[in-house]
Ligand binder design. Sequence first.
Ligand SMILES: Nc1ncnc2c1ncn2[C@@H]1O[C@H](COP(=O)(O)OP(=O)(O)O)[C@@H](O)[C@H]1O
Ligand SMILES: [Mg+2]
Length: 291
Amino acid sequence: MYLELFGLHELPFRLSPDPQFLYLSKQHARAKAYMESTIWFTDGFVVITGEIGAGKTTLIETFLHELQPEVIVAQINQTQLSPTAFLQTVLVQFGFSPFNMKKPEVLATLNDFLIEQHASGRKVLLIVDEAQNLNSKVLEEVRMLSGIETTKDKVLRIILAGQPELNDKLNSKELVQLAQRVRLRFHLSALTREETDLYIDHRLEVAGSQGRRIFADDTYPTIYRLTGGVPRLINTLCDTAMMAAFGRESAKVLAEDLDAAIQELQWVEYASRTNRMRAPNIQAASAPGPA
Ligand SMILES: Nc1ncnc2c1ncn2[C@@H]1O[C@H](COP(=O)(O)OP(=O)(O)O)[C@@H](O)[C@H]1O
Ligand SMILES: [Mg+2]
């Protein structure tokens, strides 16, 4: 019913990290290229930070989707782990059953595996999402893994993605050695005003809008002001506004639908969200009142 009204074949603003909907802003393109660079360099080690909802997981999913099958990947998303559990989880990803192994055996197995893969010409990549949750002991293990090498090359490439606290951890004295191993660090910021418009249109297009303008022109600046260009926030707001338009049996989302969404979601103006969510160039305007 909903999709029919808007003439779409898919929900345009879901919160899943679906590569099919990827909009490559300049920032997203750069972050993606940095991830790809880990494949080109034997000592590839990249850290991507960004606020919640900036698009880190979506980029990882896209990158993995496009990766050649010759690259062997361990992907870790569950990050509140002890060092041994972390290393075991990595081994499980490589196809081992390490649960009866003690730490020295886990390490020896990982070491042998990485050297073997390197010898047979395969590239091995470790990706950790939500890496801000890794405690310093686990991060120390990551440093140790990143240092495993043959006489010529390192044998493990690494991507860490996480919220900005990850940067604080990497800047701490305790982890100087880890920070020195990182080749590239990139902070994925929110979309600009123009990109926000393009992002909305892109997602609608992928969902089947075929160029039809589903959102009224005057809703775009309001959406940017309310979301600060954070994709996750844009999705939530646009989805709820479309539901409001659907409630009016209208195929066009108007300012009044945004107002209804703001009320329903008890939306907090982006500029007054925690100051952690800093965004440049956003005016602290107040939310429009209910229609
Ligand atoms: N560049 C992008 N293109 C399309 N959708 C995006 C993009 N960045 C984020 N999103 C969408 O925003 C939401 C949050 O993205 P996600 O990757 O989970 O963010 P993070 O992992 O940084 O918290 C998801 O619905 C995702 O599809
Ligand atoms: Mg994520």
